[in-house]
Ligand binder design. Structure first.
Ligand SMILES: *[C@@H]1O[C@H](CO)[C@@H](O)[C@H](O)[C@H]1NC(C)=O
Ligand SMILES: *[C@@H]1O[C@H](CO)[C@@H](O)[C@H](O)[C@H]1NC(C)=O
Ligand SMILES: *[C@@H]1O[C@H](CO)[C@@H](O)[C@H](O)[C@H]1NC(C)=O
Length: 424
């Protein structure tokens, strides 16, 4: 591995993952069920690897908490095979346009015309063997572009994650092309650990809900609060004003961050909404996404991604039930090491004693690294610790911009102290 992908070792060294025993009793979490919040890896470790690829899913599992939930945005090929890939078209996140330059199409999605390359026009054989995936966010490493084929849901289930989250965004589009996502999901092998199925489409959730017989939890995926849901013709903001009606067809909701912690026009945090408490009072789970280390969402976090996770899980009033993230190792660190810091039973020696590792080098590194970040009393101290790790911050940031955010502090005037951390 070190030979073919020289950056890999460095990447391993930078991951602040935590294979902790998450079932250990910890200070009370204010999630719906009292258990630690879930870390949901959006397309795997998509902050580093092309989303929903073999490496993205494998590394999400090895560098995160053992209970990490692997998320798959489901698409179907013309022969009805399920692939994991976000969006509706394939040309932004794969090299399909180079391979099949003449197979682009324009289709209607609602009243909108969408142009691109669509999974429904390709066989699974074509997608698996001839289409490679790439990183879609250009500031993220391109090191792993064009070396992996598209990954199916079956491939991902073959990695044996504890739980899988399937997101279904465009059920109606597939039905227009004579492909039935509901049927596909209902026919999946019973031993696939599909724990959650989410969709922004209420009619899809209601329809599949009657047939799943409780095999997976259904989650209403709320888009921006001014976007209109197509089947009930109300905005997601309005729909959430009546949480009881949501409870009738879903076990929970997945919302953008600002539904819980809104920000003002200058990106400073406002007081939290009552959404999490209201939803919990009705027995609804609240998951929040999508977090990423390399997206600035509020200055209150001082560019420290760990501080942002803690805002949602370690405040006096509530803990959200799941964090969906492109950087599952960082979210894992926040849950297992930093939340409830002093009393966190997951911290310190127990963590690494129970951890599993691939090799001695990895193990040696973990002992040294996790002993540090799991003991601090504040996220500031954790960041300071991380900063001590490398003298060549700049080189490492060039490779992994997202993971370096915590090196930088906001100086109160919307400027960074250390610009070298941000060149992208
Ligand atoms: C894959 O690409 C190769 C080379 O262009 C071609 O010969 C082959 O037929 C393609 N396979 C599929 C399944 O499209
Ligand atoms: C929703 O709000 C955002 C930002 O406030 C705005 O950019 C967007 O145009 C709005 N969308 C609709 C459908 O009104
Ligand atoms: C965010 O930072 C601003 C400016 O320092 C402060 O006034 C505000 O109270 C902070 N918000 C929260 C929720 O901590």
């Amino acid at each position: 591995m070190g030979g073919r992908y020289p950056h890999m070792l460095l990447i391993l060294i930078l991951l602040h993952g935590a294979n902790a025993a998450i079932d250990a009793p910890v200070e009370k979490w204010q999630t719906l069920d009292g258990r630690p919040p879930l870390v949901i890896a959006r397309g795997g470790f998509s902050g580093l690897f092309p989303e929903s690829s073999k490496f993205a899913y494998e590394f999400a599992m090895t560098a995160s908490l053992p209970g990490v939930v692997l998320e798959c945005d489901l698409q179907l090929s013309s022969d009805g095979v399920g692939f994991c890939r976000s969006g509706l078209t394939l040309d932004k996140s794969t090299l399909i346009a180079e391979m099949y330059p003449k197979k682009d199409k324009t289709y209607k999605l609602g009243s909108e015309d969408i142009h691109g390359w669509f999974a429904v026009d390709f066989t699974s054989d074509e997608l698996i063997n001839n289409v490679t995936v790439i990183q879609t966010i250009f500031s993220r490493p391109s090191t792993f572009d064009a070396i992996m084929g598209m990954y199916t849901l079956d491939d991902m289930a073959g990695l044996h994650p504890q739980q899988i989250w399937v997101n279904v965004e465009f059920d109606g589009f597939y039905r227009d092309h004579n492909l039935d996502i509901e049927d596909y999901l209902l026919k999946l092998p019973k031993d696939y650990p599909i724990a959650y199925i989410s969709s922004p489409d209420i009619s899809f959730l209601k329809s599949i809900g009657g047939k799943l017989k409780g095999r997976a939890k259904l989650i209403l995926r709320c888009l921006a609060d001014n976007v209109t849901e197509t089947s009930v013709k109300k905005s997601y903001g309005e729909i959430l004003k009546d949480l009881k009606s949501v409870k009738a067809f879903a076990s929970g909701i997945m919302v953008p961050r600002n539904y819980v912690w809104p920000v003002n026009n200058n990106l400073y945090l406002l007081p939290p909404t009552s959404l999490v408490k209201d939803a919990h009072a009705l027995g609804l789970e609240v998951h929040v996404g999508s977090f990423a280390n390399d997206i600035l969402t509020s200055y209150n976090y001082s560019y420290d991604p760990a501080a942002e996770y803690l805002q949602f899980i370690n405040n006096p009033d509530f803990t959200v039930d799941g964090l969906m993230t492109d950087f599952p190792p960082t979210a894992s660190g926040a849950v297992a090491c930093l939340a409830h810091n002093e009393a966190n039973a997951l911290a310190s020696s127990k963590l690494w004693r129970e951890a599993t590792h691939y090799n001695a080098q990895w193990r040696k590194w973990r002992v040294r690294r996790l002993h540090g970040p799991c003991l601090p009393t504040s996220s500031e101290r954790w960041c300071r610790h991380n900063r001590l790790l490398g003298s060549d911050v700049k080189r490492r940031c060039g490779l992994l911009p997202g993971l370096c955010r915590s090196h930088c502090q906001h100086d109160g005037s919307n400027h960074f102290h250390d610009k070298s951390c941000y060149h992208q």
